[in-house]
Write a protein that binds this ligand. Structure first.
Ligand code: SF4
Length: 298
C-alpha cells in the first residue's frame, strides 16, 4: 500500500477544525474497543519521514499562520517518545509558528512512556491530547474492551498532568449498560475530578454494524440504557463533577441533549437543560433510543 495514499477517512475532534492535520500513522494500535468501527480494516502503521515531510512542505507557504498541528490517525501517541520528538523536530523546523502538537491518545499509550519522556514531549510542544477515557467504572471499561482499569487510567492521567500535558476526556454515557447509570456517572465523575481534564467531550454508547458491540446488542447480551436513564446519568455526572475552567462539549449527535458550556460557571444551566428535556421526552423516557447515522437520536 502506498503511504501517501488517502486510503481511509481521517477523523478529528470538532474543536480541531482549525488545526493542520498531519498524518503520521494509519489506523489505531489498540483497534479493539467494542463499539468502534473507525479503523477496523486499517492495520496500524507508522508513516515514513519522507511522507511526513512531503505534507509539511505542502503547507510551508502558510507557515506563519499555522500554530496548531493535530497528528493523525487513531492514536499517534502510541509512537515511541523518540519517534514523537523526531516528528516534532520535523514540524518545528518547517512550521516555526507551531505552538501546540495535539492528537488522539489512549491511556495505554501513556502507560508505555516514562515520566521523563512525558516531560520531554511537553517541552517539544505536545499538549492538549484527546483521550478516550470513556468511563471511570471497571464494569463499563470491560464492556467497551478498553484494555485498562479505572485505577490504571487514574495513574496514567495524573502522570500526564504532572508532566504538564493538558488533556481532554471523551466520555461515553451508557457504557455500563442499562441499570448501571448512577454507578457509571459517579465513578466517571470521580475519575475526572481526580485527574482534571481541560475539556470533556460526551457521547452515548452506540454501535454500527461491524463492531463486536453491535452483535452484543443485537443478541440482547448488552442492553443500553433507556432515554430516561441516559438523562439521569448525565445529570448525575454533571452534579458530581467538581471542575473549574473545563469546557463541557456535549454536541455529539448521539447525545440526547445537545449542549455545551464552561464548568463550573454553566453547570446549573446545563443541568437545567437536562431537566427541561425530560419534559420533551416525557412519553419516551422508558424507551431505548432509536438511532440514525453516528448514533443520532431519531
Ligand atoms: S482507541 Fe479509539 S480508535 Fe482505537 S479502537 Fe478504541 S475508540 Fe477506536
Amino acid at each position: 500500500m502506498n503511504d501517501s495514499q488517502a486510503d481511509e477517512v481521517m477523523y478529528r475532534p470538532p474543536f480541531e477544525a482549525g488545526s493542520f492535520l498531519l498524518e503520521v500513522t494509519k489506523g489505531c494500535s489498540h483497534n479493539r474497543c467494542s463499539f468502534c468501527t473507525m479503523y477496523r480494516n486499517v492495520p496500524f502503521r507508522v508513516l515514513r519521514d519522507e511522507v511526513i515531510i512531503r505534507q509539511l512542505e505542502e503547507v510551508k507557504p502558510y507557515a506563519s499562520r499555522i500554530r496548531r498541528v493535530f497528528l493523525e490517525n487513531g492514536d499517534p501517541f502510541a509512537l515511541s517518545a523518540d519517534r514523537l520528538l523526531h516528528i516534532a523536530e520535523m514540524i518545528h523546523c518547517r512550521l516555526p509558528a507551531v505552538e501546540t502538537i495535539a492528537m488522539y491518545a489512549s491511556v495505554g499509550n501513556i502507560r508505555g512512556k516514562m515520566d521523563a519522556e512525558l516531560t520531554a514531549l511537553r517541552k517539544a510542544g505536545f499538549n492538549e491530547l484527546n483521550i478516550g477515557v470513556e468511563s471511570g467504572l471497571d464494569l463499563a471499561l470491560i464492556a467497551m474492551n478498553k484494555g485498562y482499569t479505572a485505577a490504571q487510567a487514574g495513574d496514567a492521567l495524573l502522570r500526564l498532568k504532572r508532566a504538564g500535558i493538558e488533556w481532554g476526556a471523551n466520555v461515553i454515557f451508557g457504557g455500563a449498560g442499562a441499570g448501571n447509570s448512577r454507578e457509571n456517572a459517579e465513578a466517571t465523575a470521580a475519575l475526572l475530578n481526580k485527574t482534571r481534564p481541560y475539556l470533556i467531550f460526551t457521547g452515548t454508547i452506540h454501535a454500527d454494524a461491524g463492531c463486536p458491540l453491535y452483535e452484543e446488542m443485537k443478541q440482547g447480551r448488552f442492553l443500553e440504557p433507556t432515554i430516561g436513564e441516559y438523562l439521569d446519568e448525565e445529570e448525575q455526572f454533571l452534579s458530581w463533577l467538581d471542575l473549574d475552567e473545563c469546557f463541557y462539549f456535549g454536541l455529539h449527535p448521539s447525545n440526547i441533549v445537545p449542549m455545551q458550556g464552561c464548568l463550573r460557571r454553566d453547570r446549573e444551566k446545563l443541568i437545567q437543560e437536562i431537566r427541561s428535556s425530560r419534559q420533551l421526552y416525557q412519553d419516551r423516557l422508558d424507551e431505548r433510543p432509536f438511532r440514525g447515522e453516528e448514533g443520532t437520536i431519531v
